[in-house]
Design a protein around this ligand. Structure first.
Ligand code: FCX
Length: 436
């Protein structure tokens, strides 16, 4: 029996009532004014989404259902005292808004391990039909779409489900999809980079530990790193590209596979999740050009300036919302300082952190000169032997499923309608502001 599902509906029904009531009774309340600048800068700061899983503060960073990353490291269940929190626990917290205990997390680990056994063969066939040279995100997303043949939601909708029950098959699909993503990701990794020498899942392992195992990494430290990676990338409130795209496509009552696939297409962009891979290319080029992995401060400064002068961005720095060092960067640096402080890539990341914020500030236009999550994640994975840069965004995607798919269940619980903001042409904006 899935007691988590029972808990969800017990908590969800009253919340759905509130959403309905608040819209009926306060629907005409003005909550914000919008400037043209906001619209033309990618709707920054325009409050237009209802998201319950996490909230981003510009200075403090992300909080998941009220808990910061340092708090999660302390309060979520771990496998050992000095380990990292289990992503299963974060999923539970985001879904139900309460901290899980060890049994809750074990229930999810077991449930996901079981659901992961039923991946349809055609998902692997679709991957195998693609050239190995195609980016892992192409293979990953193709498999996600291929698995939509299994959608509970689609089947139930066609059978004439009551709209109050949408959340139920959505929950089942989300649980299936989350459980299967590590198997798919590890399959792609082993296919492309390890001569198709696949490793079977070990159902006794936790979700992230199993991912490390299936990728071929058995050390406890890599498993620990994978748990941390899966926790910190899971969610970043509702407006980021992957979350927003998943939510938007879901609003058309598209099934979780279609919706998540849309989010993954967005994650694959260089300004979003692909930045972690691009950081590694940027570092590699720096090391190749200078012939050293320990450049001087002056050399880093010159290299960073040359990047800006050639009209490119410095990957891993800046953010649309954050205005301080990303706590997701800070926690990874903390991990690196604890376990591998002498790793050359980590030392390089620290040197860049010393130099780049000043250079970005000098441009006078970058709103946030500080590092984001992607400035260090690849260097950390690479220092532990996961050296194949193209898989980093895919791993980000596995983690991102936890947050955006939890929100998708809540979208259906709330009964949110199809999304349809208004667009205008340039003439309308010119008239509106009196442009001459
Ligand atoms: N290097 C160079 N220029 C940068 C910059 C950077 N790291 N960050 C911002 N800028 C530039 C912008 O390109 C823009 O220039 P323009 O006026 O000539 O168009 C100007 O500074 C103002 O942009 P700003 O408002 O500060 O930032 P945006 O909200 O537009 O963009 C991102 C935010 C994250 C896209 C931007 O900082 C960037 O391109 N960073 C590098 C890519 C990256 O690391 N992305 C990952 C972000 C995140 F963590 C994630 O989603 O994973």
């Amino acid at each position: 029996m899935d007691y988590i599902k029972d808990k969800l509906i017990t908590k969800g029904r009253p919340q759905a009532e509130i959403v309905k009531r608040i819209q009926k009774e306060y629907g005409d309340s003005v909550i914000q004014e919008t400037t043209l600048g906001q619209v033309f800068s990618g709707m920054k700061g325009v409050v237009s989404l209802l998201t319950c899983t996490s909230k981003l503060d510009p200075d403090e960073g992300i909080r998941f259902r009220g808990y910061s990353i340092p708090e999660l490291r302390e309060k979520l269940p771990k496998l050992s005292e000095d380990g990292e929190p289990l992503p299963e626990g974060l999923f539970y917290l985001m879904l139900l808004g309460e901290l899980p205990n060890d049994e809750d997390v074990k229930f999810l680990s077991d449930s996901w391990a079981k659901r992961a056994q039923d991946i349809p063969q055609h998902a692997f066939d679709v991957i195998n039909a693609l050239p190995k040279s195609s980016h892992p995100m192409i293979q990953f997303n193709s498999a996600i779409l291929a698995m939509s043949t299994e959608s509970h939601f689609r089947r139930a909708y066609l059978a004439g489900m009551d709209k109050r029950d949408y959340w139920d098959p959505m929950y089942e699909g989300v649980m299936d999809l989350i459980s299967r993503l590590p198997v798919i990701a590890a399959y792609i990794y082993r296919r492309v980079f390890h001569d198709e020498k696949y490793i079977d899942p070990d159902p006794s392992l936790d979700w992230a530990g199993n991912l490390a195992h299936m990728m071929g990494f058995e050390s406890e430290e890599v498993k620990r790193l994978m748990r941390l990676y899966m926790v910190i990338h899971a969610d970043h409130e509702g407006g980021n590209v992957s979350a927003h795209a998943t939510h938007l496509v879901g609003s058309a009552l598209s099934n979780p596979y279609y919706s998540f696939s849309a989010g993954m297409n967005g994650l694959a962009g260089p300004l979003h999740g692909m930045a972690n891979q691009n950081v590694m290319h940027w570092l590699q080029r720096l090391m190749d050009e200078l012939g050293t992995d320990a450049p001087t401060t002056e050399q880093v400064r010159e290299y960073a300036k040359a990047t800006l002068d050639s009209g490119r961005v410095i990957p891993g720095y800046g953010h649309a919302v954050l205005r301080k060092t990303d706590p997701r960067f800070a926690v990874q640096l903390d991990f690196a300082n604890k376990y591998i402080p002498e790793a050359p890539l980590i030392k390089l990341v620290k040197k860049i952190y010393d130099v780049v914020p000043d250079i970005l500030t000098e441009t006078g236009k970058v709103k946030n000169p500080w590092p984001n999550v992607d400035a260090i994640s690849g260097s950390l994975l690479s220092s532990y032997g996961i050296t194949e840069y193209p898989v980093y965004t895919m791993l980000f995607g596995v983690s991102r499923a936890l947050g955006v798919l939890t929100q998708l269940i809540w979208d259906r619980l709330y009964g949110l309608p199809i999304e349809r903001p208004k667009s205008q042409n340039l003439e309308w904006f010119k008239d509106k502001v009196g442009f001459k």
